[in-house]
Design a protein around this ligand. Structure first.
Ligand code: DC
Length: 228
């Protein structure tokens, strides 16, 4: 039997690392919904539709039909790359610029409707681990296992900072922290599907855990569910 696993949490809390490793262990597909919101943001930036961080709602609605997001497994990296209209944008979507704009785009109902439809379709066949902000609450409310991942802000900032530096971006620690706080605020206070812990989600605080310990903990919970 295959199940669906929903993983939600704040930015850079370790949820995507957990989701990827869990998917690998279970031989499930990993779906990164943040990459989808980032892809829409890249499209709008490339079309010159975001000016001084602001965007016209009608421009977004008009653009949505032109946006086609796909994922392709990259053997050398052992993970999926994100493609926007056939172009690999995996590196671009992780840039500080896109990180600073994405929560201003993901708050639009029309954007969410388009991406949630796509996400729910991907969840139909089961056997997926999907991470985001509203997976357990709105996208896959019937997911058999739901996790809500947290970690202290300092730890999250350090992880995001290290990741940016490793990918060739230069950004100060304070700026990275500022962006995380801003996104936390935007993601939890928006009208459409704000980030909250689903009532039946299991809280995993990994402030003092190694990634191996976190994955082990999550795997045991999944195995328990599979045995029921
Ligand atoms: O997981 P991430 O940091 O790559 O996500 C980028 C942004 O996309 C995040 O700030 C909020 C938004 N997002 C969302 O609104 N809903 C999701 N399911 C996933 C991401």
């Amino acid at each position: 039997m295959k199940i669906n696993i929903a993983i939600d949490g704040f930015s850079s809390c370790g949820k995507s690392t957990l989701a990827k490793l869990l998917a690998k262990k279970l031989e499930y597909n990993y779906i990164d919904t943040g990459a989808m919101y980032r892809s829409v943001t890249v499209y709008l930036v490339n079309q010159g539709l975001i000016k001084d961080g602001k965007v016209n709602k009608q421009d977004i609605i008009n653009a949505l039909d032109e946006i086609h997001i796909t994922f392709k497994f990259n053997k050398s990296k052992n993970q999926s790359d994100t493609f926007l209209n056939g172009v690999n944008i995996e590196n671009e979507i992780r840039s500080p610029k896109i990180s600073s704009l994405v929560s201003g785009i993901s708050k639009f109902k029309e954007v969410r409707q388009k991406l949630i439809t796509l996400q729910q379709k991907l969840g139909e066949d089961k056997g997926i681990v999907m991470d985001g902000r509203d997976i357990g609450t709105f996208v896959l409310p019937k997911a058999e296992v739901k996790f809500f991942v947290t970690a202290d802000l300092e730890i999250r900032t350090q992880r995001r900072y290290d990741e940016l530096i490793a990918n060739g971006y230069s950004e100060s620690f304070e700026k990275v922290k500022e962006n995380l706080l801003e996104r936390d605020y935007n993601d939890t206070s928006r009208d459409e599907n704000p980030l909250t812990q689903a009532e039946d989600a299991i809280l995993l605080d990994n402030t003092n855990l190694t990634i191996e310990e976190l994955v082990d903990m999550a795997t045991k919970i999944v195995e328990n569910t599979l045995q029921k």
